[in-house]
Design a binder for this molecule. Structure first.
Ligand SMILES: NC(=O)c1ccc[n+]([C@@H]2O[C@H](COP(=O)([O-])OP(=O)(O)OC[C@H]3O[C@@H](n4cnc5c(N)ncnc54)[C@H](OP(=O)(O)O)[C@@H]3O)[C@@H](O)[C@H]2O)c1
Length: 229
């Protein structure tokens, strides 16, 4: 997205939540960190004379999306979300659909499994209630403090992931259960395909609900939207 915008005359700025330690280099200006809720974002939109907002946050970063909808409505600024359709269950998938992270942790109340816990690092503590499992954690950055899982290993990688590498990961760790967020897109999909190929069940966490908004699924289409609205 940033590469495409940098080739236009659009004066754009990237806003990162700052969840990862190493940001990818970008050809356009960036800022990092929260705004201080709706009022802080509103203030920023006004002071920077922003005319369009593109919400390209992760589908599970719902607080930011809700704040953006509210602040843009108050400031009368058009907003579009660049997002990706949720993954759909296919023939051969063995999904256990759960509404949220808490329900996923609850589902793990069962005898020991080798669990690929691919949910990022923010909510890992929810799974401390199920210490009987061997957890394989896929994280972008090493954890800030030691994790309190009695039996676990950490796989540091930011993707995109491949079927070849994920097949090796599943086989090396004898993974027999996956916990995943329904993020959509291709970058994190290989674990779902590998689970299907190997007959492994996936506890699939539904996306949080976000109020209705304009949604765009193609990066190129965002430019058309900016130029037309
Ligand atoms: N954020 C990410 O990059 C990211 C990536 C992958 C997965 N997720 C997943 O999404 C879930 C929630 O994540 P989250 O806490 O990051 O999001 P969140 O709950 O939607 O947002 C929490 C706060 O972070 C700040 N924030 C979030 N996105 C921002 C942005 N683009 N620019 C500036 N500030 C931003 C806002 O602070 P103020 O209210 O102070 O403005 C917001 O209220 C987690 O399950 C996480 O694993 C997030």
């Amino acid at each position: 997205m940033a590469q495409i915008i940098s080739k236009t005359t659009i004066n754009a700025r990237l806003s990162y939540a700052g969840r990862v330690s190493r940001l990818r280099p970008s050809p356009i200006a960036k800022r990092v960190g929260g705004f201080g809720g709706i009022s802080g974002l509103l203030e920023y939109l006004k002071s920077e004379q922003i005319t369009h907002v593109i919400d390209a946050t992760h589908p599970f970063a719902s607080q930011m999306s809700k704040n953006a909808i509210e602040a843009c409505s108050m400031a009368k600024i058009p907003l579009a979300a660049l997002t990706r359709p949720a993954w759909q269950e296919k023939k051969g998938d063995k999904w256990i659909n759960v509404p949220n992270l808490e329900a996923a942790a609850e589902h793990l109340k069962q005898p020991k499994k080798n669990v690929l816990l691919a949910i990022g690092r923010q909510n890992l503590a929810l799974f401390y209630t199920q210490p009987q499992h061997y957890y394989i954690l896929r994280l972008v950055d090493p954890p800030d403090q030691p994790l309190r899982f009695p039996d676990h290993s950490i796989n540091i990688s930011r993707g995109p992931f491949t079927i070849k590498n994920d097949t090796a990961l599943f086989k090396n760790h004898k993974i027999d259960l996956v916990v995943a967020k329904n993020s959509g897109g291709s970058g994190a999909y290989s674990k779902i395909e590998v689970a299907r190929n190997l007959g492994v069940s996936v506890v699939m966490i539904d996306r949080p609900k976000i109020p209705s908004r304009k949604e765009i699924f193609q990066t190129d289409s965002v430019l058309n939207w900016v130029n037309q609205v």
